[in-house]
Design a protein around this ligand. Structure first.
Ligand SMILES: Nc1nc2c(ncn2[C@@H]2O[C@H](COP(=O)(O)OP(=O)(O)OP(=O)(O)O)[C@@H](O)[C@H]2O)c(=O)[nH]1
Ligand SMILES: [Mg+2]
Length: 372
């Protein structure tokens, strides 16, 4: 194996395993093509649909390429991140996203919009509008994506919305049970003999939908039941129902209540700069608009909601925080969400399990010693 690269002037420097061309620039090419749901409408829009090209965190893949490095001698461990990168790409990535909240707030529609695919395409329903129907039980859909050679296995956990029953207390219970069940399964598997083929279905993030028309004690109760078990991100569904002023007032009120009721939502650890981080924090709860319909505006096809007075474009930052949410989930914080799940939520579950098991063993020992 060649370990050293030779510069044109003959000096050697540590071999960098990846060439820049191998580094994926995340640019979407769909494996699952868009369902052709074209609705023809013509409205004026100044918005350009091109979202900025995703930035690679590996913008300098060769850590020894700068001219000032050429005169120095190195051992070569600055290539370690590249080695991890190569291994991760080979293995592929997985992510499990859950949606929860009141019924009819657009949870199922949003997950379809987020990943530019039809999560529910296996359903045999009549037309595009009916493709997503009311969610009546917790469902899991797994989709495989590939972008620029990077594989992602995405699992969507859709939960039935609450609010239809007369009594909505403990509506969070099935959702919490589901999260616990995944932890339990993982705990059992990782304590077993065959740890190579563990199916990891633990939930990395839960988008909790809050109604634009008003929120109440059930939302607080629901979020408090979830916040110590999962990375909780509140979102304001159907944000097109609010004016910009109403929206900012509503967001402020929700942030205050989250603080007042001691709800621990997912904390952004900081990404490219603290400014980005602050912007994300100020956007909570993300105000989202979702649609499964493609609308034609001045020759462009965009995901949107067509009203008699105009079109709400899902991916237009002036219309909703949809892009901010998706960028955060996919481009900037996916790995952190996974780390926090593993290091905080799962670790809490695991230590609680071990404490309970130890307690049981001690009690049993005491009981046996009394019998003797
Ligand atoms: N105005 C508006 N309507 C939306 C939006 N997103 C979805 N809808 C509509 O709201 C209705 C309910 O959407 P769903 O995605 O089924 O809602 P849900 O939260 O999954 O509902 P449950 O499965 O009953 O919990 C559908 O008619 C959608 O077209 C949105 O952002 N704005
Ligand atoms: Mg649904």
């Amino acid at each position: 194996m060649r370990m050293m690269d030779r510069d044109p002037d003959g000096r050697t420097r540590p071999h960098t395993p990846d060439s820049p061309t191998e580094i994926p620039q995340v640019e979407r090419t769909l494996q699952n093509p868009e369902p052709d749901l074209l609705h023809r409408c013509h409205f004026i829009s100044t918005y350009s649909p091109q979202s900025p090209r995703p930035k690679s965190p590996w913008s300098r893949p060769d850590p020894y390429e700068s001219p000032e490095d050429q005169d120095r001698e190195y051992v070569g461990f600055a290539t370690l991140p590249n080695q991890i990168f190569r291994k991760s790409v080979r293995k592929g990535f997985s992510f499990t996203l859950m949606v929860a909240g009141e019924s009819g707030l657009g949870k199922s529609t949003l997950v379809n919009s987020l990943f530019l695919t039809d999560v529910y395409k296996d359903r045999t329903l009549l037309n595009a509008e009916e493709r997503i129907s009311k969610t009546v039980e917790i469902t899991k859909h797994t989709i495989g994506f590939e972008e620029k050679g990077v594989k992602l296995k995405l699992t969507i956990v859709d939960t039935p919305g609450f609010g239809d029953a007369v009594n909505n207390t403990e509506s969070w219970k099935p959702v919490v049970d589901f999260i616990n069940c995944q932890f339990e399964q993982y705990f059992r598997d990782e304590s077993g003999l065959d740890r190579k083929n563990i199916q990891d279905n633990r939930v990395h993030c839960c988008l909790y939908f809050i109604s634009p028309y008003g929120h109440g004690p059930v939302d607080v109760e629901f979020m408090r039941a979830l916040h110590k078990k999962v990375n909780l991100l509140p979102v304001l569904g159907k944000a097109d129902c609010l004016t910009p002023l109403e929206l900012s007032q509503k967001k402020k009120k929700i942030r205050e209540e989250i603080e007042r009721f001691g709800i621990n939502i997912y904390q952004f650890p900081g990404c490219d700069s603290d400014e980005d981080d602050q912007e994300l924090k100020d956007s909570v709860p993300f105000a989202v608009v979702a649609s499964n319909i493609l609308v034609q505006i001045k020759g462009r096809r965009v995901r949107g909601r067509a009203y008699p007075w105009g079109v709400v474009e899902v991916e237009n930052p002036a219309h909703s925080d949809f892009l901010k949410l998706r960028n955060m989930l996919v481009r900037t914080h996916m790995q952190d969400l996974k780390d926090v799940m593993q290091e905080t939520h799962y670790e809490n579950y695991r230590s609680e399990c071990i404490r309970n098991m130890t307690r049981l063993v001690v009690t049993e020992k005491k009981r046996l010693s009394l019998l003797m």
